[in-house]
Design a protein around this ligand. Structure first.
Ligand SMILES: Nc1ncnc2c1ncn2[C@@H]1O[C@H](COP(=O)(O)OP(=O)(O)OP(=O)(O)O)[C@@H](O)[C@H]1O
Ligand SMILES: [Mg+2]
Length: 747
């Protein structure tokens, strides 16, 4: 009886879709899908209506029905292999293969010609019963989801570890992992820490392309292509978000950058708002994300923002690395329910998970259990216990299945029956190393489990995976299109990133600390050189000292601000570039120009104070030219700072290199030493201090003296040319360094 109810419910969704679809229009795809979910028996239709009645907003009402459905859903996950495989998951998959599904973020339309046909009315949208009522949540139409079937066979991954003292060794991280996941399903990767979950997830998400990767990974039977970048959502283990943006701003910018060009700005913004409501973030939408130094939203909310950042693009494939770690079990359950909803919208979801509660465990459709990089189980989550009892491992006390599986993966057989085969083997070999307190050691258990899976299941599984996927050739080949898809044009990307940069660093702009630092230096200089006299040679020499200090100050300051730029944004940049959110050139230009307003505001303040206090040459021409020279010096020095930061991507190394460089440039600047040996004298041409100092001397004294303090005050064209070359040259170097930056820091 329980069996019947489980299968009936399993089919309800698919049948309901098919029914409504056939009523709405006749399509060859729909009949195919009917075939796929056929065999569900007549009962399924009846129950499909029942579910529809119970689930539709405003029509529910009877809590009895809800309980019934909740029960049958968990029953569905518990029971029989063959029945279920043609049931829940397949029904979701087939509805997804139709490309027509109900999105947790609203209603998703099928691709191509189906998309043009009449969709369901809002009344037909079933609610997720277990997730509670969602009446207040908005429903909106998204573009069609391209169904993607993910298959992977014999995936292996090795790393080569080069030791300083030890010889180079190869380490196997993954050994022959085989599995698949279809649209409409949630695949969970479980295993002890270090078992290779993140590595496998990165491989499947196309984020680890190295020569040491073996086996095949296909998306709709096609290999990975750049097109997939815009179809894959990847939520990493660490939350990478801009700390000073609010939740709403974060999602809004993500929507503007990532959603396709076909949507208008208003539609994109609306999508961001809808996602906020769908994720239940409305209460904290105006709160800053926060980070290590700024208090912001809570951990769970931050995780949801990360998920929102990815689901906003309506991805076909969603990967999540430990979305529930560090959250309480209720919040974790909420997140997993959300994943289930997302999957039901025809998306393929793969997630790693550490310690699921038993309620949570039952939410997964498929499960991969890893142990030391080897596959211990792949199949329906609901059948994992059946499989392990078939190889002689059953819990001796009532236990959370997830805990039981993790114990096994760790090779821990406490409170678990020891398989007789393993017992015999250990006794036959009778070696001390194989047992502790009469129980087989973890290594022996691991070996047994790997072997058991390999001999009993792997071949069958591989054969199953050979079967072609139920999709049109046209949809299949879409995946292999090599073309990248940008959400916005270059100029739009630039302007969005520019505005985002301004918002993110708005607190920096009005940092009183920086203003005080510059102003106090200016006042001290002004007092020390108070109304200095340029008429006498001694006074001239004094003033030259002031000009040299100005040249050094306005290169030192910008370099040390600029070296932080890219190393600090590295994680964000990698993440966003991996998702093809924008072109690097747009980001680079936006990032370097959004800092300019402040960088040019402070020197104006500085010069206004120093110039008049020190009584430098009193003419508007001289004042403005001095200003321009300082601007040029700042922008050139910034270029060097950016280049050092982008090349080293390490703050410690970058500050060390910057201080050595700046010291060299300062010493070669022409103030301290005039008679430099020929073999090293070229170095001054590389120093922006030298050029700035020379230009400032020229502006102040061109009419007074042809040489000041040993420096000629002749035509300044070469100096200007050199500074301009530095402005662009260093920036170009920084850009190239970012280009070749590895996007993924490995598994
Ligand atoms: N580039 C690498 N160099 C050396 N070892 C690596 C590299 N990448 C992964 N590993 C090793 O591979 C194993 C699997 O790492 P992975 O991060 O996939 O584990 P995990 O299952 O995600 O663990 P956790 O649950 O703690 O996140 C670890 O032992 C790790 O040290
Ligand atoms: Mg991990």
């Amino acid at each position: 009886m329980e069996k019947t109810s489980s299968t009936s419910l399993a089919r309800t969704k698919s049948d309901q879709l098919v029914e409504t679809l056939s009523a709405a229009f006749k399509s060859p795809v729909s009949s195919e899908a009917t075939g796929a979910s056929d065999g569900g028996g007549t009962l399924s239709r009846k129950s499909s209506r029942r579910l529809l009645m119970a689930a539709s907003p405003g029509r529910s009402g009877s809590s009895g029905k809800n309980t019934h459905i909740r029960k049958s859903r968990s029953a569905q996950l518990k029971l029989d292999l063959e029945e279920v495989s043609s049931g829940a998951a397949l029904s979701r998959a087939s509805s997804a293969s139709l490309g027509l599904s109900f999105s947790f973020t609203g209603f998703t339309m099928p691709p191509d010609e189906i998309a043009d046909s009449k969709p369901f009315s809002d009344d037909d949208i079933p609610e997720d019963i277990e997730a509670g009522t969602r009446d207040h949540k908005p429903k909106f139409q998204t573009e069609p989801t391209l169904p993607i079937y993910l298959k992977f066979t014999d995936v292996t991954y090795k790393v080569i570890i080069k030791g300083m003292t030890t010889p180079t060794v190869e380490k196997d991280i993954l050994n022959g992992i085989t599995g698949s996941v279809n649209p409409g399903e949630v695949l969970a990767l479980m295993g002890p820490s270090g078992s290779g979950k993140t590595t496998l997830l990165n491989l499947l998400g196309g984020r680890l392309m190295q020569a040491t990767v073996g086996g095949s990974i296909t998306y709709n039977d096609q290999p990975y292509s750049k097109f997939l970048k815009s179809k894959i959502g990847f939520v990493t283990q660490d939350d990478v978000l801009l700390p000073h943006l609010t939740v709403k701003e974060t999602l809004r910018y993500a929507a503007l950058l990532r959603l396709p060009k076909t949507l208008t700005k208003e539609q994109k913004e609306k999508r961001a708002i809808d996602v906020i409501y769908e994720l239940g973030l409305e209460r904290c939408q105006d709160t800053m994300i926060g980070g290590s130094f700024v208090r912001g939203v809570s951990g769970g909310e931050r995780k949801r923002v990360c998920i929102g950042n990815e689901i906003i693009i309506n991805p076909s494939l969603l990967f999540l690395d430990e979305p529930t770690s560090g959250l309480d079990s209720t919040t974790a359950l909420k997140i997993v329910k959300m994943l289930q909803d997302i999957a039901e919208a025809g998306k393929t979801v793969v997630t790693t998970i550490h310690q699921p509660s038993s309620r949570l465990f039952h939410k997964f459709d498929k499960l991969i259990l890893l142990g030391k990089g080897s596959l211990l189980y792949f199949g329906k989550a609901s059948e994992a216990m059946v499989y392990f009892s078939s190889i002689g491992c059953t819990p001796l006390i009532a236990m959370n299945p997830a805990e039981f599986l993790l114990d096994l993966a760790n090779g821990n057989l406490n409170e678990v029956s020891v398989p007789s085969e393993l017992q015999d083997r250990v006794q036959m070999e009778n070696t001390e190393n194989d047992t502790t307190n009469g129980k087989p050691t973890p290594a022996v258990v691991h070996e047994y489990l790997v072997e058991a899976y390999e001999t009993r299941v792997v071949e069958k599984m591989k054969k199953k995976l050979m079967a072609p996927i139920p999709l049109d050739e046209e949809i299949k080949s879409k995946v292999s299109t090599p073309k990248r898809q940008w959400g916005a044009g270059w100029c739009e990307q630039y302007s969005i990133l520019f505005r985002r940069g301004l918002k993110e660093r708005r607190h920096d702009y009005f940092s009183w600390l920086r203003i005080t630092q510059v102003l106090s230096t200016a006042v001290i200089l002004g007092l020390l050189w108070w109304q200095s006299d340029s008429k006498s040679p001694k006074g001239l020499q004094d003033q030259a000292g002031l000009l040299f200090f100005i040249a050094v100050f306005w290169s030192f300051f910008p370099i040390f601000t600029a070296i932080f730029t890219f190393p600090q944004e590295r994680a964000m940049l990698s993440k966003e570039r991996a998702a093809d959110m924008y072109r690097l050139s747009a980001y680079f230009l936006a990032r370097t120009t959004s800092d300019l307003p402040l960088d040019l505001f402070l020197p104006v303040l500085f010069l206004l104070v120093v110039y008049f206090m020190a009584g430098l040459r009193m003419s508007a021409y001289a004042f403005f030219l001095s200003m321009l020279t300082i601007f040029l010096s700042i922008v050139a020095a910034q270029g060097l700072g950016l280049a050092i930061g982008a090349t080293l991507m390490d703050l410690k190394k970058a500050t060390t290199l910057a201080s050595v460089t700046i010291m060299t440039f300062m010493l070669a600047g022409g103030y301290f030493v005039k008679k430099v040996p020929v073999f090293i004298s070229w170095i001054r041409f590389m120093s922006f201090n030298y050029h700035t100092y020379k230009l400032l001397l020229k502006i102040q004294y061109e009419d007074i003296s042809p040489t000041v303090n040993g420096m000629k005050t002749d035509c300044g064209l070469i100096e200007v040319g050199a500074l301009v070359a530095m402005v662009f040259g260093y920036r170009f170097l920084a850009y190239l360094s970012l280009r070749r930056m590895k996007l993924y820091s490995g598994a």
